[in-house]
Write a protein that binds this ligand. Sequence first.
Ligand code: BGP
Length: 463
Amino acid sequence: MNKMLAFPKDFWWGSAWSAEQAEGRGETGKAETNWEHWFKTEPNRFYEGVGPEITTDHIHRYKEDIQLLKETGHNSFRISISWARMFPNGGVGEVNDKAISFYRDVLTELNKNDIKPFVNLFHFDMPYALEEKGGWTSREVVEAYVTFARTCFHEFGDLVYHWFTFNEPLGPILGGYLENFHYPNVVDFKKGAQAAFNTILAHAKAIKAFKELNLTSKIGVILNLSPTYPRSQNKQDLEAASIADAFYVRSFLDPMVKGTFPKKLVDILKNYNQMPSYEEVDLKIIAENTSQILGLNYYEPRRVQARLTKINEQGPFLPEWFFELHDMPGKRMNIYRGWEIYEKGIYDLCIDIRDNYDNIEAFISENGMGVANETRFMNNDNQVNDSYRIDFIKDHLAYVHKAIQEGCRIKGYHLWTFIDCWSWINAYKNRYGLVSLDLKSQERTIKKSGEFYKKMSLANGFE
Ligand code: BGP
């Protein structure tokens, strides 16, 4: 018989999604977002031409959905609040009473059902009018975000369990300023560095505003942290991995958790004239307002080697000047999504946080398995028999369990995601949910993994 892996009392079993990916536009009034704008202007970029207009229609179905949360064993759930819905006049100005009522209804319903609401403020969705002002490169946008954050703390503070300022702040920087999968879709490292710095400042300023309200909840950030593994232990590969780690892991983790910037990264940016502009007082605000809790998103590792081919220093500056990705022979792939599966990565990440970040209270805020054409695994009752997802969850959780045994303060596990939802330019290509969605009828059906998730949550562990 397999040994039961029991998790600590009050472990947070849950999942996560975001406003733009799940709500749909609805009738509350909402400013156009960057994603809606991009979809309107370049629909062909989006998988099968599906945009964020309706998505999972949670805005009309939240009561039914919260019952499904119960039926799949959730004791906690992460949503995000749409800035564009809260401030329908381009993200600034008067706050939207209808948006306040909607979110208060959702949060009240979650609490009534004993599901702790985790609320994130920014999950890639910026009011388009603010993108026009320069997006995160603009100080005006930082101040507008702080007003949005303060308004949310004030309006919903009595109903929220824990708060998060940003989900994966690296995403919009990488995608928007380097790798073409996020608006504004340019290649300009220096602008990206400015946007990153301003995001970090916005995080700190929001935390400052939060502390002024003396709420009992905590506030932090959710970061996507792929541990970096060098191809070999030779000096060049180790150095390449350490630089990649500085760009992709420490860049947000250090300032948002410790209040300092990684020296390695700063030295490179100075050498290559890529430093953002800032004022001395910004550094003080960042140092004094750090995360109280940390969300860890983990999907796959980053494998790195020293560059084998020469870079073109005439072209735009890129992190890849200093390393390249290593396609490790024999690595195990999620053949349905194209990402590597390496469950030990989640353990290495937890240990890193324990040892280098003062063992800050943390939880796994996203982890999950995307599968294309998942209907092929449907049985005659229209239920997706996703045994691969159950294995994926168990394999990762076994490593989370081990990390907890070794002293990591990991308080919960949130799967990506609850009901299959819309995913940026990939739209509905890769399905991640515990519950499947029929896009045409909006019918929801619990997958085998949803049944498993409930059993695991009730038992507070699994065999
Ligand atoms: C994370 C994001 C989520 C979600 C997930 C799956 O990085 O926080 O919003 O999109 O990735 O991504 P994809 O659908 O591209 O596989």
